[in-house]
Design a protein around this ligand. Structure first.
Ligand SMILES: [Zn+2]
Length: 270
């Protein structure tokens, strides 16, 4: 793998299958220079293009959050970004040799094991007014609050049903409460993705698969693992901002598109 980042004291590599592309993907994280922030680099493309990690760089939000710059894209950023934020690394260069990050076990746990806990998660200045984005009965919002907090509720067909989760980094550990929660999808969605040729490399190791009345690959890690995973996705999408502004974030039946819309609003992009 071509090296695009200068080497510093922290350097870790993780490999896994790209579930959409079917490619073997290698991700190398190198802690960068002070003030450098987070940078994403496609090492397999000519000129090793850099993709800034910012809400304005999101090019797609269907099934996963994709960042892009010019022709260069990296899909499935959200679980990694949640872990990068939670690990507290202020400067990190992320080299990727393909169009997506590996899904691994569908959670942020392998990324946390890679990154460790360097510092506390970065919290930005407080939000001073409430913001709300609605689409049908889906909503994502933030209200001013004394501390950073996230609440998420979902309502899916059986076996998930209505469930909710909340997280406050000052009171709970991301590593234990959110990082282990895995991606989930319904078997009919898996079948559609395979039919459309959009799932070249996925296996039952990469996600929880729901079937009517139960799960294809139990056991769950938490009774409300799907709600916790949605909250993990929200944290990952807000981590596009770097430091997440202090506030109480709440979401109901939302997804990456609404999460990213809120991040963009907070970044002053819209
Ligand atoms: Zn997810």
């Amino acid at each position: 793998m071509k090296e695009a980042c200068s080497s510093h004291h922290f350097e870790r590599t993780l490999c896994g299958l790209g579930v959409f592309s079917g490619q073997n993907i290698t991700v190398r994280c190198i802690s960068g220079e002070t003030g450098g922030g987070w940078t994403l680099v496609r090492t397999d493309l000519p000129g090793t293009p850099r993709i800034p990690i910012h809400p304005a760089q999101v090019t797609a939000t269907e099934r996963a959050t994709t960042l892009g710059q010019g022709e260069a894209r990296v899909c499935l950023m959200e679980h990694f970004l949640a872990a990068l934020w939670a690990s507290g690394w202020p400067n990190m260069c992320i080299e990727v040799n393909g169009p997506e990050l590996p899904l691994l076990d569908g959670s942020a746990l392998p990324w946390m094991e890679m990154l460790g806990e360097a510092r506390t998660p970065p919290v930005g200045p407080p939000v001073t007014r409430s913001l709300e984005i609605r689409e049908g009965d889906a909503v994502v919002a933030v209200d001013p609050a004394e501390e950073l907090r996230f609440s998420y509720s979902i309502d899916f067909p059986s076996p998930i049903g209505a469930q909710s989760a909340s997280f406050s980094p000052s009171q709970e550990r991301f590593l234990e409460e959110l990082a282990p929660a895995r991606t989930f999808l319904f078997q009919h969605e898996v079948e559609l993705l395979i039919e459309d040729g959009k799932l070249a490399g996925g296996t039952l190791e990469n996600a929880l698969v729901a079937v009517p009345g139960g799960w294809l690959n139990p056991p769950l890690r938490f009774p409300e693992e799907p709600a916790r995973h949605k909250l993990l996705d929200l944290v990952g999408d807000l981590a596009l901002l770097g430091a997440i502004p202090r506030g109480h974030y709440r979401a109901h039946r939302a997804g990456h598109r609404l999460h990213v819309a809120l991040a963009q609003r907070l970044a002053g992009e819209v």
